[in-house]
Design a protein around this ligand. Structure first.
Ligand code: G6P
Length: 608
């Protein structure tokens, strides 16, 4: 996690860097720091907390510089203190390094460096980089960085400057993303495109074990082993307004409200010309014969993406009769999974950078599987490592709690299932239901128009300390997702589970103070859910039901009811999750949480 930005050019680097790093705060926000070159050599300032406190510290200093690096941290090695904040300096105070990732052999490297007399001032893994570069420096920063990285094991996206070479910015990556923005006589380095968009749309993405040397005059790239590389310049397709709040109080709320549009974008261009039912994926450069013959699907993901993977499992098994397993990336990668050429592995990740999902993907490729990446971020590691991929086109998701990515993931999984079914000659019910998918964006708009109802519910339950979320079938993963949303931004303990499992333990928790959210739509499990509702009611629990429009009989059986429009069973999660996203959001706001940057979390988890 952590975010880094670097700049070299003719503009005021400090203000540009501080502005840029704010756009990466979703990657971590426990401390921040900036370093650069001014007339007096290298300056470096750090502070604990968000970028705003660093900005406060720096603004009176009138730093005049055209080169610098900045960092926002999500602590891994060492507490969030000023000492542990980046940039990290070498013993001479002339070299500054910012880093995203983890140096796995830092203890061994540090021990050697300390024996040689290097003095460390932080507990971080990053500081070894600064001292190793110092050790390897013989008047050529590029060479020193390259030699250093040859000794490093682990993940890094770094930016480095040296007071003795004040016209140079060096960056490198292995496992952690680095994007270089190409301006007119200026270059930008960042962990993703968000800080770059307002300056230029032309970017290059570094590959693993690749580095770049940037001066005002140009950019050269090579591998860590000194082989020159040639890079393709790519265009960023996002506009600046996509990374602004556009009048909303929080990015999360904006992103919840963007869902009618993000789902249209997930569907756009994914039907054969002139056909309303035949799915196609223009970007899916894959061997169709393999897809026709795969016998098994394994989905790997983490967090919210894992929940959409579970819904994918229900879709693929129901409509394609292909066995599916859904694995946490972190478990999959360490348990020698039984997979092979006849297994399609689908790696789902909004950011495309989640370390455990990425490692699972690499393992699957080693074992001979085809890997389909389902990502939102173009140019991300998972998108690039997959054999073929589907993008969500949901636009940037900045709120740490994932919302629009979830509904877009379900949408593309559904369309991919349709495509696969057509390829394998059994499109059956999916073709019949695809018309309902087209209605979903307007149906979400209708749900969002009733946000006031959720605000009132939030008022009633904002002080609760526990919540249960229950659902069955396609809506069991929605129960998990509803609970996760509440936990991560409201800090309320919440559990999601299959409704029937409640009686195997959690029912003991039901009291008159326990709100229980049931996803009780009219689907094949409806009658069973009614039974579970009675069980909770009999024990005095407070029931909030997410129900199908028109289900007036349910109204009498529950304490509160929120209606969603009718759609086919497989698509209901896209609708039922919306009120749960809103409930978590409004309760969090009422409890005074920092919704877009909840404590201890980061959006992109690039560590194990
Ligand atoms: C973090 C975020 C979650 C996200 C998960 C997986 O934990 O806080 O919101 O679902 O990572 O992220 P990915 O980018 O792989 O979907």
């Amino acid at each position: 996690m952590c975010g880094i930005v670097g700049y070299i050019g003719s503009k005021d680097a400090a203000s540009l860097l501080l502005n840029g790093i704010k756009r990466l705060e979703y990657r971590g926000y426990d401390s921040a720091g900036i370093a650069g070159m001014n007339g007096n050599g290298l300056y470096c300032h750090k502070s604990v907390g968000k970028v705003a406190s660093l900005e406060e510290k720096v603004k009176s200093l009138n730093i005049n510089s055209n080169l610098g690096i900045v960092h926002t941290r999500w602590a891994t090695h060492g507490a969030p203190t000023t000492e542990n904040a980046h940039p990290h300096l070498d013993c001479t105070g002339e070299i500054a390094v910012v880093h995203n990732g983890i140096i796995e052999n830092c203890d061994t490297l540090k021990a050697h460096l300390e024996e040689e007399g290097h003095k460390f001032t932080s507990e971080t893994d990053t500081e070894v980089l600064a001292h190793l570069i110092e050790k390897n420096y013989t008047g050529n920063l590029e060479l020193a960085v390259r030699l250093t990285l040859q000794h490093v094991v682990g993940a890094y996206g770094i930016a480095v400057i040296h007071a003795k070479e004040p016209d140079k910015l060096i960056t490198a990556r292995n496992g952690s993303p680095i994007v270089i923005g190409i301006g007119d006589g200026e270059y930008f380095v960042a962990s993703d495109v968000a800080p770059i968009i307002e300056h230029t749309k032309d970017v290059i993405y570094l590959d693993d074990r690749e580095m770049a040397v940037l001066t005002k005059e140009g950019c050269t790239t090579k591998t860590i082993d000194d082989t020159p590389t040639s890079k393709k310049t790519e265009k960023i397709l996002w506009d600046i307004d996509l990374i602004e709040k556009s009048g909303y109080d929080h990015f999360m709320l904006k992103e919840i409200h963007e869902q009618p549009e993000s789902i249209v974008n997930a569907m756009r261009g994914r039907f054969e010309d002139g056909s309303k039912h035949i799915a196609r994926f223009g970007g899916l450069k894959c061997d169709e014969d393999i897809l026709k013959t795969i016998k098994r699907i394994v989905i790997i993901a983490c967090g919210t993406s894992w929940h959409s993977g579970l819904i994918g499992e229900y879709i693929f098994e129901e409509f394609l009769r292909i066995p599916v397993e859904v694995e946490y990336g972190s478990e999959f990668r360490y348990r020698n999974p039984i997979i092979g050429k006849d297994t399609l592995v689908i790696a789902i990740s909004q950011s495309g950078e989640t370390a455990d999902t990425l490692a699972g993907l690499k393992l699957a490729k080693e074992k001979g599987c085809m890997v389909l990446g389902v990502c939102n971020i173009v140019g991300s590691s998972i998108a690039r490592e997959s054999n073929f991929g589907i993008f969500l086109h949901a636009g940037p998701e900045i709120g740490v709690a994932s919302t629009k990515a979830f509904t877009s993931q379900i949408t593309v999984l559904y369309l991919f299932a349709l495509y696969l079914a057509q390829l394998r000659g059994n499109p059956n019910k999916l073709t019949e239901t695809v018309d309902q998918l087209r209605l979903i964006p307007d149906q979400i708009k209708k749900i969002l128009e009733k946000e006031d109802e959720i605000v009132r519910l939030s008022e009633l339950y904002k002080a609760s300390e526990n919540f249960l979320y229950l659902g069955r079938g396609f809506n069991f993963p929605v129960a998990l997702e509803g609970a996760l949303k509440l936990k991560e931004i409201s800090y309320i303990h919440a559990e999601g589970m299959p409704a029937a499992e409640m009686k195997h333990g959690p029912i003991a928790l039901i009291t008159k103070d326990m709100p229980v959210v049931f996803i009780a739509i009219k689907d094949s499990g409806y009658q069973k859910v009614l039974g579970n509702i009675k069980e909770v009611k009999a024990r005095g629990g407070k029931i909030i039901a997410i129900a199908t429009e028109g289900d007036e009989t349910l109204r009498e059986k529950v304490d509160h009811i929120f209606f969603v429009p009718h759609t086919c069973e497989a698509l209901t999660p896209i609708l039922t999750v919306i009120p749960l996203q809103l409930l978590a959001y409004h309760i969090a706001v009422m409890r005074g949480s920092d919704v877009d940057m909840p404590r201890n979390l980061a959006k992109s988890v690039t560590v194990e």
